[in-house]
Design a protein around this ligand. Structure first.
Ligand SMILES: [Mn+2]
Length: 342
């Protein structure tokens, strides 16, 4: 539960966010690289709300090849223009959603490194590790998802939530709570989802698209990840791998690596699950998932990563076997240290 002081702080930040948004004519909304459904839902619904206002226009930062095959439908539904380098140059300010650090912003290659050039950045996120890189930062570590935060923002702003907004936001909450089954499935997350269903979120279509619409390529990647799953530390650690060639052989790319860590995570007795993938050649991405009592964030941070206690990630230069050899002993001693704590 948020304390009274925290709620007061929230309403002050919300008021500032709304004041700033209303002072702009043009903006670009940005999500992290390899955006998941929550990042996309948050980016699209906020950009739509902004662009639906009188005389305002919003574009989304979505470089080619950064959408997974399974989530491309969210962009089709939202039907929003993608920002060019000129849009970045022209924007009055920027909104960044679901992105823990500025360097993770998903930008086209022709967007200059100093893309914000001192302009205002509104940073809306639920990652506890967020570096608060924005001009205005609304970071709520205990929120289920960025979509839940955007929903609260749109409500405070007085936006009518039609079925399209409701479906987008529901998709974000549904996926970030892994179908309302992770520890971040708070009362407020479930309440927000119920309100979104009331406002027309298409639960059945979203269930079909998000949970029962694997492309054969994604299915092949899963087969590899099942086959590569290993146990360590007497079964307390379960991990799997997919190197660059295996991902390519399945017909997938880095954008298609999303929640497959749920495969090793699903084994009984697992305290810590890890997935090592080389979506980009020479760089191994690790997804960490901890059981309750095993926060994944400190471990991810030890390797320069970030995220939440329940779900965290890091990227290490090097091929998969090398990175596994580096991370696995650390992970095991981390579990041992936690076990020794009174
Ligand atoms: Mn999220």
């Amino acid at each position: 539960m948020r304390s009274a002081t925290e709620s007061q702080k929230d309403s002050a930040v919300l008021a500032e966010l709304i004041r700033t948004l209303e002072s702009w004519k043009e903006t670009v909304v940005i999500a992290p690289d390899t955006p998941d459904a929550d990042a996309l839902a948050s980016m699209f619904s906020l950009a739509k709300a902004f662009g639906d206002g009188d005389g305002r226009s919003a574009k989304v930062s979505l470089p080619e090849n950064s959408l997974s095959q399974r989530l491309a439908f969210l962009h089709e539904w939202a039907n929003l223009p993608v920002a060019t380098a000129e849009d970045f140059a022209r924007a009055d300010g920027f909104v960044v959603v679901d992105t823990a650090k500025k360097s993770r912003c998903n930008l086209r290659e022709d967007v200059p490194e100093d893309w914000d050039r001192g302009r205002t950045i509104l940073n809306i996120d639920h990652h506890a590790s967020n570096t608060r890189f924005g001009t205005v930062n609304w970071v709520v570590g205990e929120a289920s998802s960025s979509a839940e935060l955007v929903y609260r923002l749109l409500q405070a702003w007085g936006w009518p939530i039609d079925p399209l907004y409701a479906s987008l936001l529901y998709a974000g909450i549904h996926t970030d709570t892994s179908g309302f089954s992770l520890p971040n499935t708070s009362k407020s997350a479930v309440a927000a989802a119920a309100e979104l269903v009331e406002r027309g979120a298409d639960v059945v279509e979203l269930g079909e698209r998000l949970c029962r619409s694997q492309r054969l390529s994604e299915f092949k990647l899963l087969r590899t990840i099942y086959a590569n799953t290993q146990l360590a530390a007497d079964g307390r650690i379960a991990y799997s791998t997919a190197d660059y060639q295996e991902i390519a052989d399945a017909g997938c790319s880095a954008a298609d690596v999303d929640d497959q860590v749920s495969v090793p995570r699903s084994l009984h007795g697992t305290r810590l699950a890890m997935l090592f993938t080389e979506g980009v050649r020479g760089k191994t991405r690790i997804n960490f998932r901890g059981d309750s009592g095993v926060p994944a964030l400190p471990l991810a941070k030890a390797f320069g990563g970030g995220g939440h206690d329940a779900a965290a990630g890091a990227i290490i230069a090097g091929p998969v076997p090398e990175v596994v050899a580096q991370v696995l002993p650390e992970a095991e001693s981390y579990l041992n240290r936690l076990a020794q704590k009174p």
